[in-house]
Design a protein around this ligand. Structure first.
Ligand code: PLP
Length: 394
């Protein structure tokens, strides 16, 4: 009997990774399962980026680097913020980490104490609450419903804030809903945040580039420059450049906070993989049209999937502005199936329809499931057929 830490006992393994694993196991047993749980592009890393990785090995970039990343990459991240977001940062405002998840974890470790509260809009990315718990802080979930396009309002934000609130997450475009906040919506959140100077804003821009209308991207410091020194932008190359396995993320924020995150990194993981940093450098500096190719494919699949799902009785599916996920409300389907939870519904869909989906409860939004369309149109069509036959059989 091992007595594990209270912190680790407070969290659960990532449910999205668990679904992918379950689907892979069933496939290995010979079952014809379609897995729509994955959270990564189905494209290969673009060739020029792969070549940069190979060259980095041959050039001997196989040793420790500076803890916070190589100077060229930090500069390239500054250039990216200037190019794409008209935001000025110095290399001292930047920390390169081993994936976006690692950037977030460094921030929470550096910023939060026991009992601090973190405002997390739901539907949320699965890791925010558990990472918050892991550092001993308290998630305060604010629920946004389908009627508000899954985006929280200024009033909701205000009523969630207490004198213990120290951090707020914004994730736009959102995993799992695909919804993006408009400039006006962010401005109204900013109005509230200005009244509470103790709150730091963590804007998770991981899907910045996976937007149908790419010129429409906005984040909080772009609409509220006065809050830039209270904001940490969290992002990375994983999704935009199909580089999930390379594990490179980055953060941009106030120098003292970035320095504290760097200190955490220096005593835990040290630098992110040197080879991967060189590949990420090529990605940020290279021809950005590689992103457009992927977005075109995602958009076609999105349009098909949203319409096809919405046409199934019991499913309500809103179009999103980006990402490669859709997050239908399936309360009607649950009623027809006679189940009282989305978890049970997903279990039945897996057993009876051979489709693996992530239940909405994992994202703090019961009554939904998340489908990833980072898979071919043929597979999506077959998945829809299966879900439809399941619905018709009820
Ligand atoms: N933030 C969001 C919203 C994500 O969906 C993900 C990946 O699923 C991440 C961060 C982390 O990305 P990475 O694979 O770079 O750790």
């Amino acid at each position: 009997d091992y007595k594990l830490s209270r912190r680790v006992n407070a969290i659960k393994p990532s449910p999205t990774l668990a679904v992918s694993q379950k689907a892979a196991e069933l496939k290995a047993e010979g079952k014809d399962v379609i897995g729509l749980g994955v959270g990564e592009p189905d494209f290969d890393t673009p060739e020029f980026i792969r070549e940069a990785g190979k060259k980095a090995i041959d050039d001997g970039h196989t040793r420790y680097t500076a803890v916070d990343g190589i100077a060229e990459l930090k500069q390239a991240v500054c250039d990216k913020f200037k190019r794409d977001n008209q935001l000025e940062y110095d290399p001292a405002n930047i920390l390169i980490s081993s994936g976006g998840k690692h950037s977030i974890f460094n921030l929470l470790t550096a910023w939060l104490d026991e009992g601090d509260e973190v405002v997390i809009p739901a539907p949320y990315w699965v890791s925010y609450p558990d990472m918050t718990l892991l550092v001993g802080a308290k998630p305060v979930v604010v629920e946004a419903t389908i009627d508000q396009s899954y985006k929280i309002t200024a009033e909701q934000l205000r009523s969630a804030i207490t004198d213990k609130t120290r951090l707020m997450f914004i994730n736009s475009p959102s995993n799992p809903t695909g919804m993006a906040y408009t400039a006006e919506e962010l401005e109204s959140l900013a109005t509230v945040l200005r009244d509470y100077p103790q709150i730091l804003i963590a804007t998770d821009d991981m899907y910045e580039h996976i937007l149908w209308d790419k010129s429409s991207f906005v984040n909080l410091p772009m609409v509220a420059p006065d809050l830039k020194d209270r904001t940490v932008i969290l992002s990375g190359v994983s999704k935009a450049y199909a580089m999930t396995g390379w594990r490179i993320g980055y953060a941009a924020g106030p120098k003292p906070i970035i320095a504290a995150m760097k200190k955490v990194q220096s005593q835990s993981t040290s630098n992110p993989a040197a080879v991967s940093q060189h590949a990420a450098l090529a990605a940020l500096q290279g021809d950005q049209s590689c992103i457009d190719t992927m977005i075109k494919a995602f958009k076609v699949r999105h349009d098909y999937l949203v319409a096809a799902l919405h046409a199934i009785p019991g499913i309500q599916c809103l179009p999103g502005q980006g990402t490669f996920y859709t997050f239908p409300n399936v309360t009607g389907l649950m009623r027809k199936a006679g189940v009282d939870s989305d978890i049970k519904l997903c279990e039945r869909l897996l057993e009876e329809a051979n489709v693996a989906l992530v239940p909405g409860s994992a994202f703090g939004a019961p009554g939904h499931f998340r489908l990833s369309f980072a898979t071919s149109s043929d597979v999506l069509e077959e998945a829809v057929k299966r879900i439809q036959s399941f619905a018709e059989s009820l």
